[in-house]
Design a protein around this ligand. Structure first.
Ligand SMILES: NC(=O)C1=CN([C@@H]2O[C@H](COP(=O)(O)OP(=O)(O)OC[C@H]3O[C@@H](n4cnc5c(N)ncnc54)[C@H](O)[C@@H]3O)[C@@H](O)[C@H]2O)C=CC1
Ligand SMILES: N[C@@H](CCC(=O)N[C@@H](CSC=O)C(=O)NCC(=O)O)C(=O)O
Ligand SMILES: [Zn+2]
Ligand SMILES: [Zn+2]
Length: 369
């Protein structure tokens, strides 16, 4: 079938909205009509050429909501008409990782996903007869996409797709990092570095966990107002200080914070986030994705003296079993999604979403198909 899609033909080039061909779903696969998609910094990261797994030409996008159109052989858990959120972290329930009870990092389709193809090693997308790569198992920048059954969460059909698409990545990642990875407790102190969609969701999650002090850090002060509405108690711009930001935060708190979160993808800030964690027990969670070849460093003494360095993917959330409940939480107002949607546009305007992100003007742009 034909589908409108925003295709990344080459790294560093704007997306081109063209009509592509989408082949029917094969065994264990599902054809989904995407109605809305958010644009996450990770899409921009891969488009930039910095992603070691980046492949071109590709249909990017991984923060979508849609409706099942057709199912392939053997698919039992969804049917045409079901409302779904595609998952870049699948949940098969059968693999070593799913069964471990220790992680959400299912490996059922991860290897082929990283190669930009479906589990059988081929693509369902083509343009002018040549294959296009899939992205993160989702490719939500196409009106019609094909995903593995294990990569779909079935959700309440009454949910607002313009908002709940953000549970496909950004908001879930931030909330989950607080709840599942750091396990923030009432009264704990928190520092959040980077106040985009991910960092604001961390602030939101920290407030939901009844954290005591929530220190929001960004070099763009335009982000502070929204951070305060989500529960930030202090806003700090590193540019306002002539000493390292970790020193500023340690001085603000006495010994540092119980939990810090890096939501930027900057290895220098990752170090600062670790080093502003409390001596003896502070922990720092890396959420940001750093470019090819980048490495983190600190003095081992920082760990010897009790700090823990951690990371999280999709906030540790198991998508098929936990995302439907998060959608219900959003519908009930327990998760606030509306403030994240700062801009909307049709597919033809998708490059503006990237511009707004790079200019620091948006939190999330949501594309309407
Ligand atoms: N681990 C995971 O599962 C996920 C990771 N990510 C990653 O999280 C990161 C954040 O994503 P978004 O919120 O979408 O990005 P964004 O671009 O919307 O937000 C980043 C924020 O960081 C701020 N910032 C940049 N440099 C800074 C500095 N030196 N100090 C303080 N603030 C600074 C910017 O002003 C901006 O407000 C990206 O690296 C993305 O790839 C995103 C989703 C899931
Ligand atoms: N492909 C990159 C790493 C990209 C990455 O870390 N992705 C995050 C999700 S970011 C979402 O917006 C993630 O969950 N990673 C775990 C995974 O299994 O992909 C590289 O090769 O460095
Ligand atoms: Zn994302
Ligand atoms: Zn699995």
């Amino acid at each position: 079938m034909k589908s409108r899609a925003a295709v990344a033909f080459a790294a560093g080039q704007p997306l081109q909205v063209v009509e592509i061909d989408v082949a029917p779903p094969k065994q264990g696969e599902v054809l989904v009509k995407i109605t809305h998609t958010g644009v996450c910094h990770t899409d921009a990261f891969t488009l930039s050429g910095d992603d070691p797994e980046g492949l071109f030409p590709v249909v990017l996008g991984h923060e979508g909501a849609g409706i099942v159109v057709e199912v392939g052989e053997g698919v039992t858990s969804v049917k045409p008409g079901d409302h779904v959120i595609p998952l870049y972290t699948a949940e098969c329930g059968q693999c070593l990782f799913c069964k471990s009870g220790k992680t959400n990092l299912c490996v059922a389709v991860r290897a082929t996903q990283g190669k930009g193809v479906m589990p059988d090693g081929t693509s369902r997308f083509s343009y002018e007869g040549k294959p296009l790569y899939h992205y993160m198992g989702c490719s939500t920048f196409s009106e019609y996409t094909v995903v593995a059954e294990v990569s779909l969460a079935k959700i309440n059909r009454d949910a607002n797709p313009e908002q709940v698409c953000l549970l496909g990545c950004g908001v879930t990642t931030g909330l989950g990092a607080v709840k599942n990875t750091a396990k923030v407790q009432e009264g704990d102190s928190v520092a959040v570095f980077g106040l985009g969609g991910i960092g604001l969701a961390v602030v939101h999650g920290a407030a939901m966990a009844k954290a005591g002090r929530i220190i929001a850090v960004d070099t763009n002060p335009a982000k502070f107002e929204l951070a305060k509405t989500f529960g930030a108690t202090d806003c700090v711009n590193p540019k306002d200080h002539d000493k390292p930001i970790q020193q500023v935060i340690v001085e603000m708190t006495g010994w540092g914070v119980d939990h810090s979160f890096e939501c930027i993808g900057n290895v220098n800030v990752m170090r600062a986030a670790l080093e502003c964690a409390h001596r003896g027990w502070g922990q720092s969670v890396i959420i940001g994705v750093a470019g090819s070849g980048q490495e983190i460093s600190t003095r081992p003494f920082q760990l010897v003296t009790g700090r823990k360095w951690m990371g999280t993917a999709f906030g540790g959330v198991k998508g098929r079993s936990q995302l439907p409940g998060m959608v219900e939480d959003a519908m009930a107002g327990r998760i606030r999604l509306a403030p994240f949607v700062t801009h909307t546009m049709p597919l033809a305007g998708i490059n503006e979403a990237f511009d707004l992100m790079h200019e620091g003007k948006s939190i999330r742009s949501v594309v309407h198909f």
